[in-house]
Design a protein. Structure first.
Length: 547
């Protein structure tokens, strides 16, 4: 056992965020914390990281946090904080500060032993050298180079200042640093958000072989299925533990609910029968004692509580194209686009109702393709054309950065000024902007809320073609499942850039894969009643090019 929280509670300004939290972390465990946006997942990570403290409970129930021995905790946050002005290499090397200090002391001892051959100096050096070796001191420079390479950085990046990197790159730098620290408990808050699929697969393999404890908050279901062996779900402010990965958790949760509901209903039926029997015989002298005993049994019986329904609050909307497009929706012939020196060329076509996933490494041109298709960028050469009656809805991956001093209501209404207010309010309500939420300023919304507002605008237009760049970023698991349901039923044509492999398998019937070798088109054999496991086709292709 490394760490334990007993009956923990966290309050901010008299509002209870978490209550009766019981968490255990053992050495080597791979744990996920799941739940809807705003349920307190990041708060729990902050608690484990000792960045906030437990609140006091009004009752006498004992609450405490217990750490077993001196443990080191590493923490990757969603927001990386202040931007350092030193270089990438200096930032990441700081993870090895204790070993760098040991290395310096060893050098001092070597200099000292040039004129001092005492047993004390030799012993100090020997002990220090053994500890340096035990901690991996002779390998740390190699480890640093490998991990930075796996996360998309090359030697030319080492001398760049942290401030010169994008937000996603800074998050990957922070991930590299916390991994290199090799803490006893590794806390990762949305670690896959800025990773392409190759980086995600590398991280999965790394964490599966990591000998110490890992605690992850993530909405990447395939990542959780492949890494974690224990789930804590936060719902209604408390945490429930489940053994197994994410898919196992979903099955267990449903099974537990069904079992609890059956026990509850069976007991309610028994109570009703006993009450009816007591009522029937209470006025008969020879049976009144029996009737009273039935009522006492009901009073004394331990009542089985009705199970609480899962917290399923999410947005909902049907998406029906305003009109049908032509059968051939899109055609590209030797379409060349991109930015120097990274150009790519594609030739492909889309038919009405097709659902195409665009995948590949970061920086290979996926978003550039969507911008070109949307008309935001001019192609370098080649041609493309849209079919007749096409109406496009475009979701930009930077939607979560969109800001405005308008309220949600005025921002949405300005896009559809002819709609009556009650219709606008009703439509926004479907996307969880209810009551006073519509008077929030757009600038104060979370990334998930801004994404929902953008989808509300797109859905109101009812396009027959959707171009979506990272649509599931900032969505919680329930939001992702909602989008999956909507897009599965969508009769229009869908082209989406994503690294969410679970989402791809659920929605896509084809993949356009970008790599150093060019662009590969993969078509799935869609069954009559289900989507193909199209991502497995991509994995097979990647294995073939690597071998």
């Amino acid at each position: 056992m490394l760490y334990r929280i007993n009956h923990g509670i966290v309050k901010f300004n008299a509002e209870t965020i978490l209550e009766d939290i019981n968490i255990e972390i053992k050495d080597g465990e791979k744990i996920a914390i799941v739940g809807n946006n705003g349920c307190g997942k990041s708060t729990l990570l902050n608690l484990i990281a000792n960045e906030i403290e437990l609140s006091r409970r009004d009752s006498d129930e004992e609450i405490y946090i217990e750490q077993y021995g001196k443990i080191k905790i590493g923490y990757l946050k969603q927001i990386t904080g202040d931007i350092a002005e030193h270089t990438l290499e200096k930032e990441v090397r700081s993870a090895y500060q204790p070993m760098i200090e040991m290395e310096r002391k060893m050098e001092e001892l070597v200099s000292r032993m040039n004129g001092d051959y005492s047993e004390e100096a030799i012993m100090q050096y020997t002990v220090l050298q053994e500890e340096f070796f035990r901690r991996g001191g002779y390998d740390y420079a190699k480890d640093l180079e490998i991990i930075l390479s796996k996360l998309g950085f090359n030697k030319a990046d080492y001398s760049k200042k942290i401030s010169e990197f994008s937000g996603g790159e800074r998050t990957r730098i922070a991930l590299a640093k916390v991994i290199l620290e090799k803490p006893d408990i590794l806390l990762l808050d949305e670690p896959t958000n800025h990773l392409d699929h190759e980086m995600i697969e590398w991280l999965e393999n790394y964490l599966n072989h990591y000998e110490k404890a890992v605690v992850i908050v993530s909405h990447d279901r395939m990542f959780l299925d492949r890494v974690v062996t224990k789930i804590y779900e936060i719902e209604y402010k408390t945490a429930t533990a489940y053994a197994g990965n994410y898919s196992s958790f979903v099955q267990q949760k449903k099974k537990n609910y069904d079992l609890q509901m059956k026990k509850y209903l069976d007991q309610q039926k028994q109570i009703e029968r006993l009450k009816e029997t007591a009522e029937r015989f209470k006025h008969i002298p020879s049976k009144s004692a029996m009737a009273r005993s039935k009522l006492k049994y009901i009073e004394r019986a331990e009542k089985i509580e009705r199970p609480r329904k899962a917290d399923m609050r999410t947005f909902y909307a049907a998406l029906e194209p305003r009109k049908s497009s032509a059968q051939e929706v899109f055609c590209a012939e030797h379409l060349k686009t991109g930015y120097p020196p990274h150009f790519f060329e594609v030739s492909f076509s889309l038919e009405r109702g097709q659902k195409l996933a665009v995948m590949g490494k970061n920086g290979t041109g996926k978003s550039t393709l969507l911008k070109t298709m949307n008309g935001s960028l001019e192609p370098v050469s080649g041609i493309f054309r849209w079919g007749d009656h096409v109406e496009i809805g475009y979701f930009d991956q930077h939607t979560a950065e969109y800001t405005s001093e308008q309220t949600v209501l005025s921002d949405f209404w300005s896009a559809f000024p002819s709609l009556p207010q009650n219709e606008v309010r009703s439509f926004l309500g479907a996307f969880l902007f209810r009551g006073d939420d519509v008077y929030k300023k757009v600038s104060s919304l979370s990334g998930g809320e801004r994404s929902r507002l953008s989808f509300a605008k797109i859905f109101m237009k009812r396009p027959n073609v959707l171009l979506l760049d990272e649509p599931t970023n900032h969505m919680d698991l329930l939001g992702k499942e909602t989008l999956e349901d909507i897009f599965e039923q969508y009769k229009g044509t869908l082209v989406f850039v994503t690294h969410d492999r679970y989402f791809v398998n659920k929605i896509a019937d084809s993949i356009l894969f970008f790599s150093e070798r060019g662009v590969k088109y993969l078509k799935g054999d869609k069954a009559a009643d289900s989507h193909p496991a199209i991502y497995s086709r991509l994995e097979e292709y990647e294995k073939s090019i690597h071998t």
